[in-house]
Write a protein that binds this ligand. Structure first.
Ligand SMILES: NC(=O)c1ccc[n+]([C@@H]2O[C@H](COP(=O)([O-])OP(=O)(O)OC[C@H]3O[C@@H](n4cnc5c(N)ncnc54)[C@H](O)[C@@H]3O)[C@@H](O)[C@H]2O)c1
Length: 329
């Protein structure tokens, strides 16, 4: 018999790819989303494959009870949360409430239905890490009152709440610490590094980097990311698990690669480094490998090639009128 899955945040970038993966595995999938940062077109393929869409804010317990009435789930994936740093200043209270009240509502649903629940946490729980690469046993270095604190603390609270529901109510929880993920369906104007660089490069503009570009990130292609989350859900691992690609690049390297790929010759534009910007990001994925057998497969070159086609199409559809959102720029 087919399994039933709920994907909260399924109209977003990663959630829509996860929805497609679950549908391809024969799941009945319901997506709950309020489109605060998601887009209906992300579910075009899923709609053809029978996804059920519910418009609801996960912070709204009575709304969830009404819109999901009569539905029974085996697996709940909670990916609902704005994730771009440009949203941290715009809606910090919403972000904190989504990671706390919203996640609690889904934990209650999981508890009531005996479902497993996966929380999309983040490498941001490590903050400006002093341990490199980041291993799950590291407690992190987070500023509770900085520009990124609404997001970082929402994720840390979401993990603590997940663990508490496991201890107090026996809920089967999974926690994916997601590292920088990129791919088609990212909002071209959402301010994150990959869409920003592509939109700027395809418009022949200078790419914006913060600081000198020597800070590192590890970029995971989205098909690898959702395969990792699915493998984690199927595993018996209830501790937090890093899901990301351990190959590390400097931001400057990423900018140069995208300029080369798009043929952009404009100079790079440097802006001040934002407060508490992590200097180094690289997941240690030993736990993921040991618990799930998963590891990423897609090279940065392959992944960026598919992004190139995607962002070209986005620009065409928008008549060339997309502006990269730059922090403080
Ligand atoms: N993309 C990354 O590199 C990355 C890295 C670390 C963690 N994550 C986490 O993964 C998840 C998905 O990220 P993404 O990049 O796909 O972001 P996204 O903004 O594209 O997707 C998030 C989705 O959640 C929905 N949403 C947000 N708040 C909601 C609420 N209160 N109720 C209902 N729906 C709500 C949005 O409308 C959107 O469709 C997020 O939880 C994010 O924090 C992403």
């Amino acid at each position: 018999m087919s399994k039933n899955a709920l994907v909260a945040g399924g109209a977003g970038f990663i959630g829509s790819h996860l929805t497609d993966l679950l549908l391809s595995k024969g799941y009945n999938v319901t997506v709950v989303d309020n489109l605060v940062t998601g887009r209906p077109q992300n579910l075009d393929a899923a709609r053809k494959n029978g996804v059920h869409y519910v418009d609801c804010d996960i912070r709204d317990a009575s709304g969830l009870a009404k819109t999901l009435a009569g539905k029974k789930f085996d697996e709940i994936y909670n990916l609902a949360s704005p994730a771009s740093p440009v949203d941290f200043a715009k809606m910090p209270v919403f972000i904190l409430e989504t990671g706390s009240i919203g996640h609690r509502n889904l934990l209650d649903l999981a508890r009531a239905q005996g479902a497993r629940i996966l929380f999309a946490s983040s490498s941001e729980v490590y903050g400006d890490a002093e341990v490199h690469p980041q291993v799950e046993s590291y407690f992190g270095n987070v500023n509770t009152v900085g520009h990124r604190s609404c997001y970082d603390e929402a994720k840390r609270f979401g993990e603590a709440l997940s663990l508490s529901y496991k201890i107090e109510h026996g809920v089967e929880v999974r926690m994916a610490r997601i590292f920088n993920t990129y791919g088609p369906r990212m909002r071209p104007d959402d301010g994150r590094i990959t869409p920003n660089f592509f939109i700027q490069a395809l418009q022949g503009q200078p790419l914006t980097i913060y600081g000198d570009g020597s800070q590192t990130r590890s970029f995971c292609y989205v098909s690898d990311q959702v395969a990792g989350q699915y493998a984690l859900m199927q595993s018996s691992e209830s501790r937090p698990v890093n899901i990301g690609n351990p190959i590390e690049r400097t931001v400057l390297e990423m900018a140069t690669t995208i300029n080369k790929l798009t043929g952009n010759t404009a100079e790079i534009r440097r802006l001040p480094l934002p407060e508490n910007d992590p200097k180094m990001r690289k997941p240690d994925i030993s736990r993921a490998k040991a618990s799930t057998g998963w590891e990423p497969r897609v090279s940065l070159e392959e992944g960026l090639q598919s992004c190139l086609e995607n962002f070209r199409r986005e620009l065409e559809l928008a008549g060339g009128k997309i502006t990269a959102r730059v922090l403080g720029g």
